[in-house]
Ligand binder design. Structure first.
Ligand code: 5AD
Ligand code: SF4
Length: 436
């Protein structure tokens, strides 16, 4: 049997895409392996969001090319396939820069993989496709199966917001929402094959406006009717696209009390320069509305520090905003100038040293808040969905409704169970507890 090795970089959408590509290649008779030296196909799914992410690809190609050369010396045909946003951004330059790559396929073309592999093997020519085709790849990819009790489901892709720093509108294309019927069918299939929790994915998930339901709020209500599905989440939301219809679904038991709502910066001047379509006050009003529906709502965000023109005073406003909102978890990054984006050409770029200092201060505060959020759950009883084996023997790892990773020791609990756990310990990054 031919073997397939997959390495995924980047966001949850890439994790989902890798799962769909895996399904497409398993249907061709490939079997997945974790060992690159026994793989006939080495597939890398790439991320272009920041410079660091993008550069990782080229070192990974170098690593995998060594396996390819060794296998070919043993007479074993081996293909390196590069997928994802770097392909969309770099195009044929990628094939030029990395001669070991056989096939490069952009994010909207994964359904063409079987055809591209056949062409490469028969015609020997290197293949690249990075189009935005008229047809939707979702209509051509095979049915997916639950890989664990918690699954991703892409419902929307692409972005029309054009934040001035971001490459996503160029790499993922314009916004596309899948029809409700397709999403419901995929969700039922995931639940049939073992999913208890579904995370709906989209670059702008709350702007979903597919056929068959009025908005994301209605779509979530209909998903909640699926028997056996116990938890629903969605990410990533754009603040000004948040509506009361969506906020109100958090009153439903199956919808988890957690929202990822990136603000990026706490200064209105910087938000404007970023082309974000809301003010700090509007953002805080949305947070307050969530907390009216669910007082225990956990809020998470992304932040960018050192955006061009960010003054010390602007940065202090980000810290002040964080103090007011009290985040349960967060991701923060130094601004990275990406080719082709307006922000990369702005004057007043911030020196690296200043960016580093600001990032350290922000992360210290966010870590403190995350730790406080975790600490206040000690002594409480929470439901934990167990999704993987823990590092220690007999230990399982699961997630609370607030998306806190929780280590649980029990000889009775099994993967896929939702167990009631008394939380006994906490750190900045995880909890531990006992099944009761
Ligand atoms: N530089 C730094 N961070 C970025 N992000 C997106 N583009 C950039 C960039 N050019 C961050 C944003 C976004 C997250 C996915 O990545 O915070 O929400
Ligand atoms: Fe990028 Fe902004 Fe779109 Fe998010 S909303 S994907 S940050 S352009």
């Amino acid at each position: 049997m031919k073997k397939l090795y997959i390495k995924t970089f980047g966001c949850q959408m890439n994790v989902y895409d890798s799962a769909r590509m895996r399904d497409a290649l398993l249907a061709l008779g490939y079997q997945e392996t974790e060992e690159p030296d026994e793989a006939d196909i080495l597939l890398i799914n790439t991320c272009h969001i920041r410079e660091k992410a993008s550069e990782k690809l080229y070192s990974e190609i170098g690593r995998l090319a060594a396996f390819k050369t060794a296998r070919q010396a043993r007479g074993q045909e081996t293909l390196i396939i590069v997928a994802g946003c770097v392909v969309q951004a770099d195009g044929s330059e990628l094939l030029h820069r990395a001669p070991a790559v056989d096939i490069a396929v952009g994010p909207q073309n994964y359904h063409l993989l079987p055809e591209l592999i056949t062409k490469r093997l028969r015609l020997k020519s290197r293949q690249i496709v990075a189009d935005f085709p008229a047809e939707s790849k979702f209509d051509f990819l095979p049915e997916t199966k639950a890989g664990s009790a918690s699954c991703f489901l892409a419902i929307q892709e692409g972005c029309d917001n054009f934040c001035s720093y971001c490459v996503v509108p160029y790499t993922r294309g314009c916004e596309y929402s899948r029809p409700a019927a397709d999403i419901l069918a995929e969700a039922r299939q995931l639940v049939r094959t073992g999913a208890k929790e579904i995370m709906l994915l989209g670059q702008n998930v709350n702007a979903w406006h597919g056929e068959g339901a009025a908005d994301l709020g209605e779509l979530i209500r209909r998903l909640c009717d699926i028997e056996g599905l116990q938890r629903l989440r969605y990410t990533t939301s754009y603040p000004s696209k948040m509506t009361d219809s969506i906020i109100s679904v958090h009153a439903l038991e199956k919808v988890m009390p957690y929202i990822h709502l990136p603000i990026q910066a706490g200064s209105n001047a910087i938000l404007k320069a970023m082309n974000r379509q809301y003010t700090v006050a509007e953002y805080e009003d949305i947070v307050a509305r969530f907390r009216e529906v669910r007082p225990d709502m956990a809020i998470s965000s992304d932040f960018i520090v050192g955006f061009p023109g960010e003054t010390d005073a602007d940065f202090e406003q980000t810290l002040a905003l964080v103090e007011r909102v009290k985040y349960a978890s967060s991701f923060s990054f130094k601004f990275s100038a990406r080719p082709g984006t307006p922000a990369s050409l702005m004057k007043n770029q911030i020196p690296e040293k200043v960016k580093t200092e600001r990032l350290m201060r922000l992360q210290e505060l966010l870590m403190c808040q995350q730790r406080a959020f975790n600490d206040q759950t000690v002594g409480k009883e929470l439901d934990v969905l167990l999704i993987e084996e823990g590092k220690k023997k007999g230990q399982l790892l699961g997630y609370t409704p607030y998306l806190q990773g929780t280590h649980v020791s029990s000889d009775k609990a099994r993967l896929g169970d939702i167990v009631r756990v008394k939380i006994t310990g906490s750190s900045a990054t995880s909890l531990s507890g006992e099944v009761i």
